[in-house]
Ligand binder design. Structure first.
Ligand code: TZP
Ligand code: MG
Length: 212
């Protein structure tokens, strides 16, 4: 896969939006549309189902040179050989961790991303040694109902202060994208605007052409 700093479009295989489609098929469409990273996010699936899905997706992402991120499940990410695991504030800091070295197997190449919702959370994620951070949500989103949107001021803060690659997330669609880019984002996460589009490859490619 390309260096993380060059990864601009981070898309998702969120099982809530699959509507019966095979995960490896959608993974192929996300790759064909130009995703640089793909996260497997399966909030309502059991660990063995998530592992089985990851094993079906990984050959697709590998062939395309796209990094696979496993949400929440560190052991699965490590076991299947995914490139990344993504964790929220509650999975990491609120679970009592302070430094990524506490959870990373020193023999593994697994990289860790952390969600952040405010500059103070970003600062502690950077100190903890996160390989990347996600910042947001910027707009209300059905993908994470109840998450309170933050202002674009947070993008401006990250543009000046973040020392690892950072991705803007939350309610980003082809209409809201411009404001996020204008505020200084260079990398974005897009979930529903791509997975709910009539043509996933085309939607993905549209975002890719806008973020470079
Ligand atoms: N974390 C913050 S917002 C969000 C996550 C996982 C969901 C983003 O989904 P969408 O559909 O792109 O708004
Ligand atoms: Mg989580």
């Amino acid at each position: 896969m390309k260096p993380l700093a060059d990864c601009k479009l981070y898309t998702f295989l969120d099982t809530a939006y699959l509507h019966g489609r095979a995960p490896e098929l959608v993974a192929q469409q996300l790759c064909d549309g130009g995703s640089d990273l793909i996260q497997l996010r399966a909030k309502n699936s059991a660990a063995d189902e998530i592992r089985a899905m990851a094993e079906r997706i990984l050959p697709v992402t590998r062939r395309a040179g796209v990094g696979l991120v496993i949400n929440d499940h560190l052991e699965i990410a490590q076991a299947v050989g995914a490139e990344f695991c993504h964790m929220g504030q509650e999975d990491f800091f609120e679970a009592g961790h302070h430094d990524i070295s506490e959870i990373r197997n020193p023999k593994s190449e697994l990289r860790i991303g952390l969600s952040t919702h405010a500059p103070a959370q970003a600062q502690r994620a950077l100190v903890a040694g996160a390989d990347y951070i996600a910042i947001g949500p910027f707009y209300p989103t059905g993908t994470k109902p109840g998450a309170k949107p933050v202002t674009l001021e947070y993008v401006r803060w990250a543009a000046t202060n973040a020392t690892v690659p950072w991705f803007a997330i939350g309610g980003i669609n082809l209409q809201t994208l411009e404001a996020v880019l204008q505020a200084g984002a260079k990398r974005v996460c897009v979930v529903s605007a791509i997975l709910n589009a009539p043509d996933v490859v085309k939607a993905c490619a549209e975002f890719k052409s806008r973020v470079g």
